[in-house]
Write a protein that binds this ligand. Structure first.
Ligand code: PFF
Length: 463
């Protein structure tokens, strides 16, 4: 099994980085980051998210890549093969990751379906002259229709299955090399547009002014305020989500990484690219939100309501709208492929299934689960269809992003910090400066696990 995976290598370090950026940059940056930032009140939330990226995201990403490359195997086997006792317990962490990826894929595909639907809307000129109200109505007419949502969810899942079934390498390399840079350029243009046509200063201050009470105090009508740790949990969960950590996606990509390529250097590039895209999305969206009288905390529709107003008003907006949503689909596509890869690598490597069959089974099951996510916006939006006080969509997102991914990250940090031999990590990372290695080892051993546990402990009441 290890042999078979070893042959399936990225052709260079650059391709590994682009594939990982393709995995990291997706709906999480352009759809989720702006809308949760709006829901949790702006600047202080962004700061906590950035701190989580730096203190937990970077060291855990290095740990995942090093585990994957060291074991040259899928996450379930990687954990198992690196402990001397060959204990099966650690394999459970890999399995949890496979499960998390499968849950995320099911609702991810529904949201990617919105972007697909908006490509067609943009093409048909539906954005022309939209104002805030009409843009809201356009979005509601999409989410209110189970048929349309299911159609686009199905279409996106088929796109994902088609690439994964063929093998990630051949399918992905060409896709990401060209399209990721293009998305970046288009986002930069949108930020430029927001500077000219939106309330840029207000959007900027909203994103970067740090107002802890606004984010962390919950006040009732009689003026009594209590601390809430929910933004903390959501910000940490999002750091994992946006960097594709905690479920083995980056680990499995790391297992296809050529030996000798620098893990720390690659990690820094991936993290900077991912963070830049999220901040640029925020800078493009919030100025338009304020200029058009929209609510920053209006929820998952934020991007889909705000940007079409801009496309409807700018010169060449029809083309820009089509291009933007098309690129968003591609970004989501390169992420969804990586959501599936750990499960497929495991089922086809150890489960003895063919790659095609493994992909079809996993994709089919995620598609089924995704139906519940699609219905959460219409037939299942009411009180009768609440699961633990949440819609199916919200439950899936909460469970995967805020519980399973941080847990996966915690176990990865504990494994690398305490179980794996320090010497093997040192060899695999091969950092030039031994003090830097010492710092990383300290963070992965103490700081990252303690940070995750602290956030969990604080947020117990949220569950
Ligand atoms: N990082 C992706 C995004 O931000 O859209 C989502 C994702 C992909 C999460 C792969 C987890 C994962 F393993």
């Amino acid at each position: 099994m290890t042999e078979r995976v070893a042959h399936n290598q990225w052709s260079s370090r650059l391709v590994f980085m682009l594939a990982s950026i393709g995995s990291a940059v997706g709906l999480g940056n352009i759809w989720k980051f702006p809308y949760i930032t709006g829901e949790y009140g702006g600047g202080a939330f962004v700061l906590v998210y950035l701190v989580c990226i730096a203190l937990i995201g970077i060291p855990v990403m290095m740990a995942e890549i090093l585990l994957g490359r060291c074991a040259r195997a899928n996450p379930v086997v990687a954990f198992r093969s690196l402990v001397e006792s060959k204990s099966r317990v650690w394999g459970g962490v890999g399995l949890m990751g496979v499960f998390a990826g499968f849950v995320i894929l099911s609702f991810y595909s529904v949201v990617a379906g919105w972007a697909l639907a908006y490509v067609v809307d943009a093409l048909s000129g539906a954005f022309d002259g939209l104002d805030g109200k009409r843009s809201g109505a356009l979005f509601s007419s999409l989410t209110g229709s189970p048929q349309r949502l299911l159609f686009w969810h199905t279409a996106f899942m088929l796109l994902t299955v088609a690439v994964v079934a063929r093998g990630v390498r051949s399918g992905l390399e060409r896709l990401v090399t060209l399209l990721m840079p293009l998305l970046f350029v288009l986002l930069a243009l949108l930020v430029g547009y927001a500077m000219v046509a939106g309330e840029f200063a207000r959007g900027f201050h909203y994103l970067f002014d740090i107002d802890f009470p606004r984010v962390f105090l919950q006040c009732s009508d009689d003026g009594a305020c209590t601390f809430t740790a929910k933004p903390l949990l959501v910000a940490m969960g999002h750091a994992f989500f946006t960097l594709s950590l905690g479920m083995g996606a980056i680990m499995v990509y790391g297992s296809y990484m050529p030996r000798g390529a620098s893990i720390a250097g690659s990690t820094v590039v991936i993290v900077i690219a991912d963070t830049l895209v999220a901040l640029m999305a925020g800078l493009a969206i919030f100025p338009l939100v304020f200029a058009n009288g929209l609510e920053p905390g209006s929820g998952p529709g934020l991007v889909f309501v705000s940007l079409p107003i801009a496309f409807g008003a700018m010169p060449g907006g029809q083309l820009a709208g089509v291009l933007f949503f098309l690129l968003l689909v591609f970004a989501a596509w390169s992420s969804s492929i990586s959501l599936m890869e750990p499960g497929v690598a495991w089922l086809s490597g150890n489960g003895g299934l063919s790659r095609v069959r493994a992909t079809l089974i996993l994709g089919g099951a995620a598609w089924l689960l995704g139906i519940g996510a699609a219905l959460s916006f219409n037939l299942w939006s009411g009180e009768d269809y609440q699961f633990f006080g949440r819609t199916w969509f919200d439950l899936e997102d909460f469970l995967a992003s805020n519980v399973l991914l941080p847990l996966g990250g915690l176990f990865t940090a504990l494994f690398v910090g305490w179980v794996a031999r320090r010497r093997s990590s040192e060899n695999e990372l091969a950092m030039r400066d031994s003090r830097l290695f010492g710092l990383w080892h300290f963070v992965i051993r103490y700081v990252a696990p303690a940070g995750i546990v602290l956030v969990f402990l604080n947020a117990i009441e949220v569950v």
